[in-house]
Design a protein around this ligand. Structure first.
Ligand code: FAD
Ligand code: UDP
Length: 394
């Protein structure tokens, strides 16, 4: 029975497991973790494709990176990391370019070599048609940063497919992270630490939950057991916030991704982990080839075969996995109302990607769980600080 536990965590993703691990290891609390899926780990869950031995991230490719020293130290308690460094290539009109936009891409695209200063001059001139401060939507913002030719080749089609929305109707801030590098550097992330878990994501996540005081109950939907639990012990809820309140203020909108996995009868399908398809006519956004994430495992991969996944992005309907918050003005209005409701929910704390309606990278979900532990749970359990109006982690 629940009365054998001091804390209930809804969701066994990185947020929920970080909370459970800290409360069990540091405070000696008995923690019950519920998940409605039949496996733990949330969206970072992965498993070996049985015929090839290749680790597949079942909810989309997950690349770990962080510049947060506390998070880096914490995650290294549960796994070590390979020295994988992520790189992304983009296909456009029959050519393959190295992303993000850099000197190599600019030279190849314009068919001519440029020094860094010449490339800067060129892009400045092409971007002069709109001033960045005047940009009112994603298209204008992108053109003001990189000019129309590069925008039309690498951003327009990809973004329209990814968001199923005309880029002139999308918010300009989606594209703030659109670097142009005037060097040949083509690493995708800029963080201090980067790598993939040596024994895979599931081994890492399982190790976090491996504590005598943590019980993980799978195939258990919180809403089916909620009446027995609420008011008994504190609850950390990492499911969708709108669902918690029965969608009383309306549903928050999300994008989902259809992941079409296949085994191909070839040793190497594309020579790298991720290739974006920037042409708008190609229906998928990118192809992932998982074996390239772990070149050090070559001996454990069946030769002559490979696992690939085509990604197709679309609006999430009821029953789909929510992946990326769309965050329209209407969504933000609803979210404010849900936050008010959350404040009035005694002994329930809302956290994680779904509980806060925020796109959080793994290191951000872990960092935010460590803060909730420090600022709310530890003071509550150690010295009785109130959890009334725990509210949403903002
Ligand atoms: P989740 O992992 O979503 O876990 C929530 C859990 O709660 C789920 O297991 C769910 O089943 C459970 N749950 C929900 N409602 C209930 C209920 N009512 N009852 C019981 N259980 C419930 N991050 C990176 O750092 N690098 C990447 O490359 C990267 N790539 C990504 C690619 C995609 C396609 C997506 C969607 C995300 C990616 N992320 C990446 C983000 C990463 O997945 C998140 O940071 C991480 O999942 C956040 O963990 P979480 O615990 O908040 O949520
Ligand atoms: N983007 C683009 N072309 C690319 C890659 C990214 O236009 O080749 C834009 C697109 O709008 C996308 C955003 O940049 O939604 C973020 O891309 P990223 O690959 O970081 O998204 P994620 O991996 O989270 O899907």
């Amino acid at each position: 029975s629940v009365l054998n536990h001091d804390l209930v965590v809804v969701g066994s993703g990185f947020f929920g497991l970080t909370i459970a691990e800290r409360c069990a290891s540091e405070l000696g609390l008995r923690v019950l973790v519920l998940d409605r899926r039949s496996h733990l780990g949330g969206n970072a869950y992965s498993e070996k494709e049985p015929t090839t031995g290749v680790e597949v991230h079942k909810y989309g490719a997950h690349l770990f990176h962080t510049s947060n020293e506390r998070v880096w130290e914490y995650v290294n308690r549960f796994t070590s990391f390979t020295d994988y460094k992520h790189r992304v290539f983009g296909k456009y009109q029959g050519q393959v370019y190295s992303l993000p936009m850099n000197l190599g891409l600019i030279n190849q695209f314009f068919g001519k070599s440029h020094t860094p200063d010449e490339a800067r001059e060129l892009i400045k001139e092409q971007a002069s048609e709109i001033a960045t401060e005047d940009a009112t939507n994603l298209e204008e913002k992108a053109i003001s940063l990189i000019g129309r030719p590069l925008y039309e080749a690498f951003i327009k089609g990809y973004t329209a497919k990814q968001w199923q929305t005309d880029p002139t109707k999308l918010s300009a801030d989606i594209i703030t992270r659109l670097p142009v590098r005037y060097t040949f550097e083509n690493r995708w992330f800029n963080d201090t630490h980067e790598g993939l878990p040596v024994d895979g994501y599931t081994a890492w996540l399982t190790k976090m939950a491996d504590h005598p005081n943590i019980e993980v109950r799978l195939d258990t939907d919180f809403f089916d057991v909620k009446d027995e639990l609420l008011g008994q012990v504190p609850v950390v809820y990492t499911g969708p916030i709108d669902e918690y309140f029965g969608n009383s203020e309306g549903r928050l909108s999300w994008r989902t991704v259809d992941l079409e996995e296949s085994v191909e009868e070839v040793d190497d399908f594309q020579g790298t982990g991720v290739v974006n398809y920037n042409d708008q006519e190609v229906p998928f956004t990118r192809i992932i080839e998982f074996k390239h994430f772990h070149p050090e495992r070559v001996k454990t991969h069946l030769p002559g075969k490979t696992v690939i996944v085509h990604e197709y992005s679309r609006f999430a309907e009821e029953g789909d996995e929510p992946y990326y918050p769309i965050n329209t003005a209407e969504d933000r209005e609803k979210l404010l109302k849900y936050r008010e409701l959350a404040k009035k929910e005694p002994m329930v704390l809302f956290g994680g990607r779904l509980g806060t309606y925020k796109y959080l990278d793994m290191h951000m979900a872990i960092g935010s769980a460590l803060s909730m532990y420090d600022n709310k749970l530890k003071p509550h359990f150690e010295s009785g600080a109130t959890l009334e109006s725990g509210g949403v982690d903002e």
